[in-house]
Design a protein around this ligand. Structure first.
Ligand code: ADP
Length: 159
């Protein structure tokens, strides 16, 4: 059984992430979507909120399981039996960071490899940070995130 591991902040999950998850779910028998707990990152949604939102959005994908990750990516992969890290690539600007992370992870554990899926052109400009910024300024986020996520953003901003 081939098991993949797709890590990210998902703050919030967008249609770009969803594209990678649904294509990844075809590549692997099982795909873990790992919502990272990152104490040094200031996020719009808490760890638990991001986990709950991703879980709700992906609930109809039978071979996808959402987990919260507080461990080093490669360690968590090993623990879950995943052999591959899955990442999405939007533009050349992602490349430097991803190249560095891939080699870093490989140095820690060379058995865990990273695979990349190029985003669909229509999502290449889409990032969680631009969705957050749009939302803060009162813009319509519904073209970029599932309806449930748009609802959660609206609730969050009301508080
Ligand atoms: P991180 O903080 O770990 O980069 P993100 O949630 O921003 O977490 O992204 C997780 C992964 O999803 C990364 O591989 C990123 O490149 C990818 N990703 C983000 N947005 C898109 C998009 N619009 N299309 C394809 N991949 C994307």
């Amino acid at each position: 059984m081939k098991i993949g591991y797709y890590p990210g902040s998902f703050d919030p999950i967008t249609f770009g992430h969803l594209d990678i998850v649904s294509r990844g779910a075809h590549l692997f028998d099982k795909l873990y979507v790992a919502v990272s707990v990152n104490p040094s990152k200031k996020t719009m949604f808490s760890d638990k909120e991001r986990y709950d939102i991703v879980k709700e959005v992906l609930k109809d994908m039978p071979n996808v399981e959402v987990v919260l990750s507080q461990k080093l990516t490669v360690e968590h992969c090993k623990l879950l039996g995943a052999t591959h890290i899955l990442r999405g690539l939007r533009a050349v600007t992602d490349y430097d960071y991803e190249f560095q992370m891939t080699n870093f992870n490989r140095k820690i554990d060379h058995e865990i490899d990273t695979v990349f899926l190029m985003t669909e052109g229509q999502f290449s400009f889409l990032s969680s940070s631009s969705v957050r910024e749009l939302a803060y300024f009162g813009g319509d986020v519904t073209p970029f995130v599932p309806e449930y996520v748009a609802k959660m953003i609206a609730q969050k901003l009301k508080k």
